[in-house]
Design a binder for this molecule. Structure first.
Ligand code: NAD
Length: 353
């Protein structure tokens, strides 16, 4: 099997966890913490970073192995990544930097590079979009560059790209895979909330109301306090959770505050109220504490390998099983059980056309 040539857009915390994880698992031969050691025939050792783009003066011009550790990134150094030989290039700012995070980001004065040309020169096959939430124009612009360069596109952000019929048909026409939108963490609040609700429904519990609210310390948590950006992310999370209930019930899911000293960790509070046999009441109160960036990277390493499998098979357009498996807002909202079935069929190559 060949190598998987990946370009990253947005060298923030998620990118740091992804790059560190790929090198650590590759070099240490460790498998603990992976959802799949082998996914579609590929291991993490097959993933190569060939290009990177950001707009922060502290990251642009540096080797990717160094840029992942500079401020304002706050995910810890868990592995000392050797020099990669990929210099972070200046991208297009567009609306990538929201009002609330603008004082933490230092926009580089370097002239933006021709991203499509850079992708072609680097021989990139897959672009992973990790710009901040609310970078709608920026995300669309990078999707455009991807198409122009003949790359598949992974939209880890909540911007509507994979759910948009227009983008889906453009990638389909170009025979390039498109997956998104908004990653669903490996073991984060949304997936846990969905699992809990699906379990309760299966056991005959009527869920009457539920929320999942969280506080984080990364720049993304601050960014989503900006009303328009946060409201959008909240809607995406709520739709994802609602898909796990077969009936309508009040569901609230979203980030509620930013606490800088928490750094890259996230505290999530869950509440479920319902009733079961004879109308007996049930109440569930859960506290979950996680680190954000590796939660994204843990699922991204599977999605990247899945996209490569799709490319090997000549598939283009939205790759439904991968969207259902790895994202909060796939084009069609699904239950976890359906996502698991779809991904198993995809990996075994027995999906009906
Ligand atoms: N567990 C998770 O962390 C998680 C889960 C789901 C989705 N996501 C999504 O992943 C994305 C990245 O999250 P993060 O925590 O790494 O954010 P971050 O703020 O740490 O990093 C974002 C990076 O993008 C750069 N950037 C901003 N505008 C840009 C532009 N126009 N072009 C290129 N680079 C630009 C910033 O300088 C920064 O380096 C967000 O959209 C978030 O919603 C993350």
């Amino acid at each position: 099997m060949g190598k998987i040539r990946v370009a990253v857009v947005g060298v923030g915390n998620c990118c740091s966890a992804l790059v560190q994880g790929v090198y650590a698992y590759k070099n240490l031969g460790e498998t603990v913490g992976l959802m799949h050691e082998v996914f579609g025939g590929y291991t993490l050792a097959d993933i190569e970073f060939v290009a990177a783009f950001d707009i922060d003066a502290r990251k642009v011009g540096r080797d990717l192995s160094e840029a992942i550790f500079v401020e304002p990134n706050c995910y810890d150094k868990v592995y000392d990544v050797p020099k990669i030989g990929v210099t972070v290039r200046m991208g297009e700012v567009k609306d990538g930097v929201g009002e609330y995070i603008s004082e933490h980001v230092r926009i580089s004065e370097e002239k933006p590079v021709d991203v499509a040309e850079e992708l072609k020169e680097a021989g990139a096959e897959i672009v992973v979009n990790l710009v901040p939430t609310g970078g709608v124009e920026a995300s669309r612009w990078y999707a455009e560059q991807s198409l122009e360069a003949g790359c598949a596109f992974i939209n880890a952000t909540p911007t509507e790209i994979a759910v948009s019929g227009e983008w889906a048909s453009r990638f389909q026409l170009a025979s390039l895979p498109l997956v998104g939108d908004d990653l669903m963490d490996q073991a984060g609040a949304t997936v846990l909330h969905k699992a809990l609700l699906e379990f309760l429904v299966k056991r005959g519990v009527r869920v009457e109301e539920t929320y999942q609210l969280d506080i984080g310390g990364g720049l993304e948590a601050l960014n989503t306090l900006q009303k328009d950006r946060g409201d959008f992310k909240r809607r995406v999370k709520t739709v994802a959770v609602k898909a796990s209930l077969p009936y309508d019930a009040p569901v609230v899911a979203g980030t509620t505050d930013y606490v800088s000293f928490m750094r890259n960790s996230r505290a999530s509070y869950f509440w479920v109220k319902g009733s079961y046999f004879n109308g007996a009441p049930i109440k569930i109160d859960i506290f979950l504490n996680t680190v954000d960036a590796p939660n994204a990277a843990g699922i991204l390493v599977d999605v990247i390998r899945g996209v490569k499998v799709a490319m090997d098979r000549g598939m283009g357009g939205v790759i439904t099983p991968l969207c259902a498996y790895g994202f909060k807002r796939p084009p069609t909202p699904v239950k976890l059980a359906d996502a698991e079935r779809l991904i198993a069929e995809f990996l075994e190559n027995r999906l009906k056309p």
